[in-house]
Design a protein around this ligand. Structure first.
Ligand SMILES: Cc1ncc(COP(=O)(O)O)c(C=O)c1O
Length: 390
């Protein structure tokens, strides 16, 4: 125990210690934290569906009909008609033949990378991919080659120079979770064609957010689904529920059903979660106005921060990083935002590379113009107080 305490003390000194904060309200545009109402600026509830009345009603109805739990793994007793309906809806959203639901997006990435490639194969992975992709690569028996972030010349060089006796798989986040930038998917798909590779995209932050009907990164770029062999997503962000999924060809999904250990050996998702996700997909496909509002707010916040003197990397996603570098400075910034009535999180190593600690501001379609003004004012006050802007 002393060893653990020493390690925790070191983390505290370096500004890398984490603690849990609890909310006493839904994760909507305003949340109750420690008795205060704060503007939520750190949630992945991009479309504001978590506290949508229709989602709540769908979950309640599902409990009334099916009860609270699935009570078994999918291949034993855990598959309800809701699982199959949700999988059809996800396949439609992603324009694929089929889809398969997992208990989390994290497990979907582990499943794909540990089960679809093996010892003869090579995974080419962007250096800023999400931790669940990195962990999937670690669990996989394939070799892993990491290419520089979104650097297509480096990817091409590595595809060219790496001897491969089996398959090549290029894996990337669609929208990078901590930077909000998009993968250069058209170039990746072209490189994949040139080198006979398959592409896997983790669209955790793009599903529901990008594309005319919320289909994600491939949809946004107009890339046909057949060119992206494996589309991973989560039900826990814009979809406002919980769980993950993989969409792709029928044969891919059949293979995962038979061979993906995170799918086979875990109890299925519960009915209320599935029913809420199903309702969310209908809303995503029919209420484009939510996406438009989200993108308008994102542009407004980016413009507002830049006009106050912040350096904000360009991007389209509702994830706006304010990079401060030092973790202790980032924590101070975060506390000042909270003093200004805004809840945001300090993102530090190992979530992002050392020296790139940041405040990750995220928006939701249900933020009001007043919420947005409050976020900008709080950033300005914190930035000036700490000498980040003049
Ligand atoms: C890019 C990315 N992939 C996967 C995940 C994991 O998804 P889940 O929270 O559903 O496990 C996350 C975040 O949680 C993520 O940001």
């Amino acid at each position: 125990m002393k060893r653990l305490q020493d390690k925790l003390d070191q983390l505290k000194e370096a500004g890398l210690y984490r603690r849990l904060r609890s909310m006493s309200s839904a994760s909507g545009p305003r949340v109750q934290v420690d008795g205060r109402s704060l503007v939520m600026c750190a949630s992945n509830n991009y479309l504001g569906l978590v506290d949508d009345e229709r989602m709540r009603a769908a979950a309640v109805d599902a409990i009334a009909r099916y009860g609270t739990g699935a009570s078994g793994s999918r291949l034993i007793t855990g598959t309800t008609e809701l699982h199959l309906q949700l999988e059809s809806a996800l396949a439609e959203l992603k324009h694929t033949e089929a889809a398969l639901v997992f208990n989390t997006g994290y497990m979907a990435n582990l499943a794909a990378l540990s089960c679809l490639v093996g010892t003869e194969d090579v995974i080419f992975s962007d250096e800023l991919n999400h931790a669940s992709i990195i962990d999937g690569c670690r669990q996989s028996k394939a070799s892993v080659v990491v290419y520089r972030h979104n650097d297509m010349d480096d990817l091409r060089r590595k595809l060219e120079d790496t001897p491969v006796s089996g398959e090549r798989l290029i894996v990337t986040d669609g929208v990078f979770s901590m930077g909000g930038d998009l993968a250069n998917l058209p170039a990746i798909a072209d490189l994949a064609d040139s080198y006979g590779a398959c592409v896997m995209v983790d669209d955790a932050h793009a599903t529901g957010v990008l594309g005319e009907h919320g289909g994600g990164t491939a949809d946004y770029y107009g890339i046909p689904a057949e060119r992206i062999a494996v589309q991973v997503g989560t039900l826990s962000k814009a979809i406002g529920a919980e769980g993950g999924f993989i969409a792709g060809a029928r044969v891919l999904i059949d293979y995962l059903v038979n061979c993906a250990r995170p799918f086979v050996f875990s109890t299925a998702l519960s009915p209320p979660v599935l029913a809420a996700a199903l309702r969310a997909i209908e809303i995503i496909q029919t209420e484009g106005g939510r996406r438009h509002r989200l993108h308008a707010l994102t542009k407004q916040l980016r413009r507002g921060l830049v006009s106050e003197g912040f350096e904000v990397p360009p991007g389209e996603a509702p994830i706006i990083p304010v990079i401060l570098g030092d973790p202790l400075q980032t924590l101070k910034f975060c506390r000042r935002l909270e003093a200004g009535g805004v809840f945001a999180t300090a993102i530090r190593h190992p979530t992002v590379p050392s020296g790139t600690s940041r405040i990750r501001l995220t928006l939701m379609a249900t933020h009001s113009d007043e919420d947005l003004d409050q976020i900008i004012v709080a950033c300005k006050t914190a930035g000036r107080g700490l000498g980040v802007i003049s």
